[in-house]
Design a protein around this ligand. Structure first.
Ligand code: ATP
Ligand code: F6P
Length: 382
C-alpha cells in the first residue's frame, strides 16, 4: 500500500515556554482526531520556528513541496519524530503513547522572533494552505496566542488557541495548562526548604517565575503555607517597604516563630531599580534590617534561592491532564462546526468555552487574586 499525504488535516504546535500538560494535550488532540473525528493530525516541531523554516524551504520550490508531502506521508509517528530535518510530522497512536504525564513537549517549543514580521507570517499562511490544513491549533502563552490571533486575522485559516503557561497570566481563563503542576512543584520545593529553614532557624527567600503576574506565587503561597508572598501587583518596593516586610518577619520571631519562607515573584520591581535577582535583593535588605544596632535577632540568617526552570518540569498533575483533554475536546468541537471561526479555549467556572481572540479580562480573575491574598494574610501566623 502506498502512503498518501493527509489532506484537510489539523496541525498543532507548541510555542513559548514549555508548560506541563502540553504532552497531555498532544496525546488528547491526536487520539480524538484519529479515534473520534477520523482526521489526521500534523505535529509541528519547535513551534512557529518549525513552520517558518519549512516555509522557507518549500514555498517557492514545487519539487521541494512534493518531497515534503511525501516525507510527511512516509515518515509517520516515531519515524517522523526521529527524523530531525522534518518539522511536520503526521502523528499516530503509538507516537503519543506514554507521554501524558511527562513534562515538556515531545514536539519541542520555541520562541521565534521572526514571527513578529508580517511577511514571515504570510509565508507560514502560504505553507499551511499548500498543505491544505483545515485548522491550526496553537498551544502557548500570551505571546503565542497573539501570534495565533494575527494568523487568524491575516488569513481565512481557522486558528484555535489553547492557553498553556505556568504564569497563569491569561486573564480570559481561570486556568492555563501547566499552572496546577507548577503550583504542585512549588509546594514540593517549599516543603524541602522548610526542613532546612526550621533546622537552622532561617529565613528562606524563594524567587518564583510568573513574569509580570503574581498569581503563581500567590497560589503556591496559599497551598504551601509559606509565611510571606511578595507580588508585582503591589508596585515597586522601596527601602521603606522592604524594612516593613523585614519588621513583619522579626515581629513573628519575637512571638516565637523560628523560621520563615518568603515567596517573591520574579515580576517584583524595586525603587530604585535593581539588576540582581529579587531573592538576593531582599536577602540583603532583610539581613541589614535584622542586624541593625540593638535588634533582637541579629544572628537571624537569610538565604536566597531562585527556583527557575525547576518550576516548568516534572510529572504533570491529574488536574492538568484532565484540563488538557477538555481543551482538546473543545478545540475539536470548534474545528468541526461548519461555520465556526477561530478562537481560544478557556476554562470559566469549570466550563470549557471557546472565546474570541482579544477577549477582555475577566473581572473574576482579579477578584480571585485578591481573595487569595486576603486568605493568605488571614492564614499566616504573623
Ligand atoms: N506580537 C506578536 N506577534 C507575532 N508573534 C508573536 C507576538 N508575540 C509573540 N509571538 C510569538 O510567540 C512566541 C512566544 O511568545 P512569548 O515568548 O511571549 O511566550 P508566551 O507564548 O507568552 O509563553 P510564556 O510566556 O508562557 O513563555 C514568540 O517567540 C513569537 O514567535
Ligand atoms: O525559558 P526562558 O526563555 O528563560 O523563559 C523564562 C520565562 O518563561 C516562563 O517560565 C513562562 O512564561 C516565565 O515564568 C519566565 O519568565
Amino acid at each position: 500500500m502506498t502512503a498518501t499525504f493527509p489532506e484537510q488535516s489539523v496541525a498543532v504546535l507548541f510555542s513559548g515556554g514549555d508548560a506541563p500538560g502540553m504532552n497531555a494535550f498532544l496525546r488528547a488532540v491526536v487520539r480524538l482526531g484519529l479515534n473520534r473525528e477520523k482526521i489526521a493530525v500534523l505535529g509541528i516541531r519547535d513551534g512557529y520556528r518549525g513552520l517558518v523554516r519549512t516555509a522557507r524551504a518549500v514555498n517557492d520550490d514545487a519539487e521541494a513541496l512534493v518531497r515534503l508531502k511525501n516525507d510527511i506521508a512516509t515518515h509517520t509517528g516515531r519515524a517522523g519524530l526521529i527524523s530531525e530535518q522534518l518539522h511536520i510530522i503526521q502523528m499516530d497512536h503509538a507516537s503519543v503513547s506514554g507521554i501524558m504525564g511527562k513534562g515538556g513537549t515531545i514536539l519541542g517549543s520555541a520562541r521565534c522572533l521572526e514571527f513578529h514580521d508580517k511577511k514571515v507570517r504570510d509565508s507560514v499562511i502560504k505553507l499551511l494552505k499548500s498543505l491544505n490544513v483545515r485548522a491550526l491549533v496553537v498551544v502557548g502563552g500570551d505571546g503565542s496566542l497573539t501570534g495565533a490571533r494575527l494568523l487568524a486575522q491575516e488569513s481565512d485559516l481557522r486558528v484555535i488557541g489553547v492557553p498553556a503557561t505556568i504564569d497563569n497570566d491569561l486573564q480570559f481563563t481561570d486556568m492555563a495548562l501547566g499552572v496546577d503542576t507548577a503550583v504542585n512543584t512549588l509546594v514540593w520545593a517549599v516543603d524541602h526548604f522548610i526542613d532546612t529553614a526550621r533546622s537552622h532557624r532561617r529565613v528562606m527567600v524563594l524567587e518564583t517565575m510568573g513574569r509580570a503576574s503574581g498569581d503563581l506565587a500567590r497560589m503556591a503561597g496559599l497551598a504551601s503555607g509559606a509565611e510571606m508572598i511578595i507580588t508585582p501587583e503591589g508596585g515597586p518596593l522601596n527601602e521603606e517597604a522592604m524594612k516593613k516586610l523585614a519588621a513583619k518577619i522579626e515581629g513573628a520571631m519575637t512571638r516565637g516563630r523560628g523560621h520563615a519562607i518568603v515567596l517573591v515573584a520574579e515580576g517584583v520591581e524595586f525603587d530604585p531599580p535593581q539588576k540582581r535577582n529579587r531573592a538576593y535583593v531582599l536577602m540583603d535588605a532583610f539581613q541589614q534590617y535584622f542586624q541593625r544596632a540593638g535588634a533582637p535577632f541579629q544572628d537571624l540568617e537569610v538565604r536566597p534561592s531562585v527556583l527557575g526552570h525547576l518550576q516548568r518540569g516534572g510529572h504533570t498533575t491529574p488536574g492538568d491532564c484532565i484540563l488538557a483533554a477538555r481543551f482538546a475536546d473543545h478545540a475539536w468541537k470548534t474545528i468541526q462546526q461548519p461555520d465556526g471561526g477561530s478562537g481560544i479555549t478557556a476554562l470559566r467556572g469549570n466550563v470549557v468555552e471557546i472565546v474570541p481572540y482579544g477577549e477582555p479580562d475577566m473581572p473574576e480573575r482579579a477578584a480571585y487574586s485578591r481573595e487569595m491574598e486576603l486568605l493568605h494574610d488571614a492564614l499566616s501566623s504573623w
